[in-house]
Design a protein around this ligand. Sequence first.
Ligand SMILES: [Zn+2]
Ligand SMILES: [Zn+2]
Length: 396
Amino acid sequence: MEGLLKERIYGMKDWLIEIRREIHMYPELGFEEVKTSRLVSEWLERFGLEVQKGIAGTGVIGLLRGKSPGKTVAIRADMDALPIEEFNQVPYASQIKGKMHACGHDAHVTILLGVARVFSSFRDQVKGNIKWIFQPAEEGGGGGKRMVEEGVLENPHVDAIFGAHVFPQIEIGKVGICEGKALASADRFTIKVIGQSGHAASPHLAKDPILVSGHLITQIHCIVSREVDPLDSAVITIGRVSGGSAFNIIPDEVELLGTVRALSPEIREKMRKRVEEIVRGVTQSFGVEYRFEYEYGYPVLVNEPEMIKLVSSACAKGIGEEKVVEVQPSMGAEDFAFYLEKVPGAFFRLGIRNESKGIVHPYHNSRFDIDEDVLPFGVEMFVRIIDQFLELGMMG
Ligand SMILES: [Zn+2]
Ligand SMILES: [Zn+2]
């Protein structure tokens, strides 16, 4: 059975590459994945799955009910691309100006379709249910949150969910795992410092929001260095400062935009509170006004220990323990965290790095690409994980 399955998976490599390239050539941004979503639902229907469309806008679900009852396992892919101009000179380069699959979501979609194709031809072997979740807008849009709100983890209730991301830091043929807190929460804040404009030569007749902002920036950066345990992880970055119009004018306002990242909910909350307290205190000391807005983004992604162990052992059975490597937590964020807040599961990495093929560029780079060997490889890993979770005994 195992040999037959592997043959089937690696035998569909050309088909997988074709699908991936089709998606890659026509990238669509978050919540606009109309074409991609149609491609997904058409294939799922062809495979004879129960298909639901139009969830959270362009999201799609496929459901395979097994011959006998059992647990329900879900796997998830994100479908959105990025507003980046592709620099790769390849035949399958993006045909849409200024848009590109520079995060590998085209591969995620393709791999899940491959898994659907496999199980649709081995239906009789399935106990329990397998659910495929294709979501819109992972890149900042929080599509995963909306999918959860629209009930994708129910009917039937999902007992465990698995997701993967291609990963250019590890080599092709390897799987990366991280137990516990694996990816950070990512929030956003806006500070408006409201002073009083005036002549640069008469600062005493004005209230200078630029000087206040300078103090604010310095003090906000002290939170991580002085108030967070050095063994914990947190980041505050102020990514945009805007204000002023000329060298001889003190402006009315300055606006600061920033992000807060943390690997624990407690530190996340503490940083929100401390940023606001500093804004209040510093502006008060200068006698200026402020507005503060804090927007909660993606939560901390926590991999359930039992589930990440299952991923590790299922993958190791196929590729050997030495190819399942531990990766450090990252301060990046993933909206897969919204699913993991509701049901147990795990998020893991699929290596795509291949120096001989020039596949070395990081995510969101205009030269990002994947080693397409990851497509059948990813299918095999998901099939193994599902096989182990549902105890199907198809993979040895
Ligand atoms: Zn990304
Ligand atoms: Zn991504």
